[in-house]
Unconditional design. Structure first.
Length: 140
């Protein structure tokens, strides 16, 4: 029975590959679609012999995995933004900050570094980006 399921999946993947090739999808798009096609083809095998509750649990698990992936990507992008803002703050002269006072650069550096240790670095990065980087772009 398992061999029949695997044979059916392989035939399904081959059919889908022929359909995609007939649509004239080339290069990078084809490389992105093949794993998705394989995943969709393996779903019946994964769900065969499962009860409705198992299938619902698998769906919820897949949804949670996708949500976790999206949140991890957003977190990574915010961390990159924090690094960019920290480098920008270090490279700026004190006079290049909006409303520049004597210690503006030092205050922003302290805010960016301290918020990293209290786990609000992403808030500081977004605030610095809009309050400093957007208002007064650095002269290259």
């Amino acid at each position: 029975m398992i061999n029949r399921n695997i044979t059916g999946i392989i035939q399904s993947v081959n059919l889908k590959c022929r359909i995609l090739k007939s649509l004239d999808i080339k290069g990078a798009n084809m490389k992105r679609l093949l794993p998705l096609t394989l995943l969709v083809s393996l779903m019946p095998l994964a769900l065969s012999g499962c009860t409705t509750e198992d299938a619902i649990g698998a769906g919820i698990g897949a949804f949670m995995f996708v949500c976790w992936g999206v949140l991890a990507l957003v977190g990574l992008l915010l961390f990159i933004l924090w690094i960019i803002t920290l480098v920008d703050c270090v490279k700026r002269d004190n006079s290049e900050f909006p409303g520049a006072g004597e210690n503006t650069k030092t205050i922003w550096l302290v805010i960016l570094i301290v918020t990293f240790f209290v786990n609000f670095w992403w808030v500081a990065a977004v605030v610095y980006y809009f309050a400093v980087m957007k208002k007064m772009p650095r002269k290259k």
